[in-house]
Design a protein around this ligand. Structure first.
Ligand code: TRP
Ligand code: SF4
Length: 337
């Protein structure tokens, strides 16, 4: 693929977990070498659901920035910035909302899933939906189009949002007789979905995650809590890795083929107990995170991280300002100075 302009964002949920690392950050780090990448921390998107309690947000942004940089994303190779620092993105969100049909947004299945998570009871959940949350995919569209992003590296769950982005871009171009906006396409990477130590989706809010910043000891403690084949209680019980829903799944993600066949043999042949088996797993997970964790420990101070972000903000802002001038021109809005 020739050099393309890419954009992707991550919500600042506080310290990131190994699912983010494997699913998002590792991929970002690779893509920055081949493409023109814009990566940003989507703090406004966090507000779509967590607007009531924002006290942790300033620090969460710094923690996420640290995780991003330690995972190999190089602010000299890409543009790393914070969404809320680019006020023109909010303006674009507003302008795009004018051409976006209400029912386009309501159809978005990912948004429907997000709504369901707001409350146990479906009716109650619907009542909790704010105007801002409804605008979630429109704001994403503004993020992407503000830098004229052509490709968007995301997970499968975000694909529905991007369909709406293409509809909005197309409709804007059609109405204002312009070719300003590209129709952004997802760049899917087949990354393993990492489950939490309790077998549910790995998530900070479920408190079942292993964090990038966890110490090797903390990691081990969490790995030892992972569910295993319920039929294997003692070392001398034969187990089945296929029924080892959490621990073996992590082996599949982190271990090489040779190790996997050893684990299978030892598990089926009752040659190892689950505690020993998981201790080995913890070691493998820790080894694969050594580099990132070292980098994170030796990282710059908060002040330096903020400076790095500020530089990225400046770079991004230049590009976005330019886009907005063109948007205003297309819509016959005056570029006030
Ligand atoms: N919605 C994305 C997520 O939860 C984060 C995000 C916000 C994003 N704006 C974006 C991703 C624009 C890609 C492009 O993962
Ligand atoms: Fe899982 Fe290992 Fe126990 Fe087998 S021995 S059930 S693979 S933890």
């Amino acid at each position: 693929m020739p050099k393309k302009r890419l954009l992707s964002g991550i919500r600042p949920t506080g310290s990131l977990h190994i699912g983010h690392y494997l699913g998002v950050l590792r991929n970002w780090a690779e893509l920055q070498n081949e493409h023109e990448c814009f990566y940003f921390i989507a703090d406004w998107h966090t507000l779509t659901t967590k607007y009531k309690d924002t006290k942790d947000l300033p620090n969460d942004i710094i923690e996420v920035a640290k995780d991003i940089v330690s995972s190999g994303i190089d602010p000299n190779k890409c543009t790393l910035y914070v969404q809320s620092a680019i006020q023109e993105v909010a303006e674009l969100h507003l302008l795009l909302s004018m051409v976006t049909y209400h029912n386009w947004v309501e159809r978005d299945p990912t948004l429907k899933d997000m709504v369901r998570l707001l409350a146990e009871d479906e009716e109650k959940a619907k009542q909790e939906v704010t105007y801002g949350l409804l605008g979630y995919p429109v704001l994403m569209t503004a993020d992407i189009l503000s830098v004229l992003g052509e490709f968007v590296p995301v997970g499968r769950d975000q694909v529905a949002h991007l369909e709406l982005s293409r509809d909005i871009a197309r409709r804007f171009n059609f109405i204002y007789k312009t070719e300003l906006f590209p129709e952004p396409k997802p760049l899917l990477t087949e990354t393993p979905s990492v489950i939490g130590i309790d077998g549910r989706k790995m998530s900070k809010s479920l408190n079942n995650d292993i964090k990038i910043i966890d110490s090797p000891e903390e990691t081990k403690k969490k790995v030892l809590q992972m569910i295993t084949d319920p039929n294997k209680i003692k070392k001398t019980d034969a187990g089945d890795p296929a029924k080892c829903q959490v621990a073996y799944k992590h082996y599949e993600i982190f271990a090489d083929k040779q190790t996997l066949s050893i684990v299978q043999d030892e598990c089926r042949g009752a040659k190892i107990g689950c505690v020993d088996c998981k201790t080995r797993l913890a070691k493998i997970i820790n080894e694969s995170l050594v580099q990132v964790r070292n980098k994170r420990q030796n990282l710059k101070t908060d002040k330096e991280i903020l400076e790095t972000l500020n530089e990225g903000n400046k770079k991004a802002r230049q590009v976005v300002k330019h886009t907005l001038e063109k948007v205003r021109d297309a819509m016959k809005l005056r570029n006030w100075n």
